[in-house]
Ligand binder design. Structure first.
Ligand SMILES: *Cc1c(COP(=O)(O)O)cnc(C)c1O
Length: 362
């Protein structure tokens, strides 16, 4: 059962994190969409988010959405990365709506929807300073009209993204500016824009503590639900847990040697215990791992990682428990050679420093 390397997943923690965020945000009229791209659309994790109260799911990859549908999940699912040319029919078939920034793509989606007698929802992603994807605010009225005119399409709302590419979190000023632009587009077109999806986990500090959340009535949350943390500061959000996932790797060599031997001085310096793990950069983002107390990463290659274990010797065949940041998690979850085990409590990475927490009032 469950060969190594292995990811332990505690779905109860994910459900509780989702529940906490849904309750807090629900009080200020904001619904939560659970983002599953960090777990490759793992159905049990998605179900835990739904059990915690998210109103729908979102993923950036159509493959992941199809995985959720195949597992029998029937809730609304959004595609949060704009579709590629070959994906139009699949997006219309499996996704309730999709986030879009190009008129040409929107027209292709509309045609694909009409071809099968469906209506596909469109969320218009606007650029408000993150400089990743998004249409310009001045083009919003034209996009709103184009979606509204198309009988194969339905305008579901407007979305924004903060802190993805730029690392810049949202501000009240940016949200108010956005709301003014939405109001302008509404009066220019005579069309109401129902949803304003105000960003990802980086929007939480502002929307949970800010006095005015403007018209934001939805957030798309991945990292905060999965890892309990706020992505810009990397800090744990008070009330959330960071123990949902654990990565376990096997020691395949244990030795007492130095990794600091140089060509010039063949005399070993700083001798300590060292292990080689059967886990490499093909499996995960090694830089995004947390190691047990007293262990430091000496280096890694595609299939091996070398740990300096200090005074402690670890035996060949033993397990080493590691923590993962979001980057490490999303890569490891996508690797089929890493087994996934649902359990009540992941094996703890003993002594790994817990993140300092940040207090969010609401
Ligand atoms: C990844 C992503 C999210 C979720 O971001 P988190 O920081 O994990 O909450 C939301 N929206 C879009 C468009 C994304 O790509």
């Amino acid at each position: 059962m469950n060969p190594l390397p292995r990811i332990d997943i505690d779905t109860q923690v994910i459900r509780r994190n989702a529940q906490f965020l849904c309750n807090r945000l629900g009080r200020v009229g904001i619904s939560v969409t659970g983002v599953t791209k960090g777990v490759g659309g793992h159905p049990a994790v998605a179900q835990a988010m739904l059990d915690g109260g998210v109103v729908g799911l979102a993923d950036s990859r159509l493959d992941n959405v199809m995985r959720l549908r195949t597992a029998g999940i029937t809730c609304p699912i959004s595609l949060i990365r704009a579709p590629m040319r070959a994906e139009m029919a699949g997006v219309v078939a499996y996704c309730t709506n999709s986030y879009n920034t190009e008129l040409e793509t929107i027209a292709l989606l509309g045609a694909a929807a009409l071809a099968v007698g469906r209506v596909h929802g469109v969320m218009l992603m606007v650029e408000v300073g993150d400089s990743r994807e998004g249409l310009l605010l001045r083009d919003l009225p034209a996009f709103v009209s184009a979606v509204h005119r198309h009988s194969g399409l339905r305008l579901d709302g407007v979305g924004v993204n903060f802190a993805c590419l730029s690392g810049v979190p949202p501000t009240t000023a940016a949200l108010l500016y956005l709301c003014a632009a939405i109001a302008t587009a509404e009066s220019a077109s005579g069309i109401r824009i129902p949803q304003l999806s105000g960003g990802n986990s980086a929007s939480l500090p502002l929307l949970l503590t800010g006095p005015d959340h403007a018209r934001v009535n939805n957030l798309r949350l991945g990292e905060s639900i999965l890892l309990g943390c706020e992505p810009v500061s990397g800090r744990l959000i008070n009330g959330l847990s960071d123990t949902a996932f654990g990565l376990v790797a096997e020691v395949i060599e244990s030795s007492h040697k130095s990794h600091r031997v140089t060509v010039a001085t063949t005399r070993p310096v700083d001798i300590s215990n060292q292990v080689v793990l059967a886990l490499g950069s093909q499996d995960t983002d090694i830089q995004g791992l947390g190691f047990p107390l007293g262990c430091t990463l000496a280096g890694s290659t595609s299939d091996h990682s070398v740990l300096d274990t200090g005074k402690r010797r670890r035996t060949v065949g033993s397990e080493v428990a590691l923590t993962m940041n979001y980057s490490a998690l999303s890569r490891a979850m996508a690797v089929t050679a890493i087994s996934k085990r649902l359990c009540v409590k992941p094996q703890p990475a003993v002594g790994v420093a817990r993140r300092p927490s940040v207090l969010l009032r609401a």
